[in-house]
Design a protein around this ligand. Structure first.
Ligand code: HEC
Length: 160
């Protein structure tokens, strides 16, 4: 058989290695885009995600933050101190201070717990997946009035 150049590409290991490298990089990029909690938080949630977040909030958060995030004491939506010591759980429904925190801080506070070591707000990383935390944040953000959600989304843009 006469030698031809037809298969030169497929026989050249360097081309294969370069191809695999590019595919891996691109795949990694797509994976990151789809799975990062912060990207998920930047997207608009579906009604099903909000509904799921509502259930998870009722199971995990409302014992302290109140039904529908009104706060432990709705008279004091920013939280504060309890008479017997410790902190009051603030409102998360837009009447408190929570919306001053960008998505990244909200996510970290829930996943890893409060930076105040004497706070009853402890880490949920062993009870909730990242996806579940995202759905909970989507839920309580759905309770915020539109102008607050808008200010919050500008805050997230500044942070990037
Ligand atoms: C045992 C009581 C308790 C539970 C349960 C609890 N929290 Fe908290 N949380 C607190 C307290 C108290 C604070 C305020 C003090 C602090 O920030 O450490 C707080 C603070 C927060 C903050 C910061 C709010 C702000 O205005 O700065 C967020 C966000 C939050 N909690 C979300 C959640 C979510 C979501 C859940 C459920 C997955 C949850 N918490 C469950 C007690 C609780």
């Amino acid at each position: 058989m006469p030698k031809t150049n037809k298969n030169i590409g497929s026989k050249n290991p360097r081309i294969w290695i370069a191809g695999i490298f590019v595919i891996t990089l691109f795949g990694g990029y797509l994976y990151q885009q789809g799975s990062s909690p912060l990207n998920a938080l930047a997207n608009s949630p579906s009604p099903a995600e909000i509904e799921q977040g509502k259930k998870l909030f009722a199971q995990n958060c409302s014992s302290c933050h109140g039904v529908q995030g009104v706060g432990q004491n709705p008279e004091s939506p920013n939280g504060g101190m309890l008479d017997e010591g410790g902190y009051l759980a603030p409102a998360l429904n837009g009447t408190g201070h929570a919306w001053h925190h960008p998505n990244s801080v909200l996510f970290k506070t829930i996943k890893h717990g409060s930076i105040a070591s004497d706070s009853s707000m402890r880490a949920f990383s062993n009870r909730l997946s990242d996806k579940e935390i995202v759905m909970i944040i989507h839920y309580f953000k759905s309770l915020w009035p539109d102008p607050i959600r808008e200010k919050h989304s500008n805050l997230n843009k500044e942070e990037v």
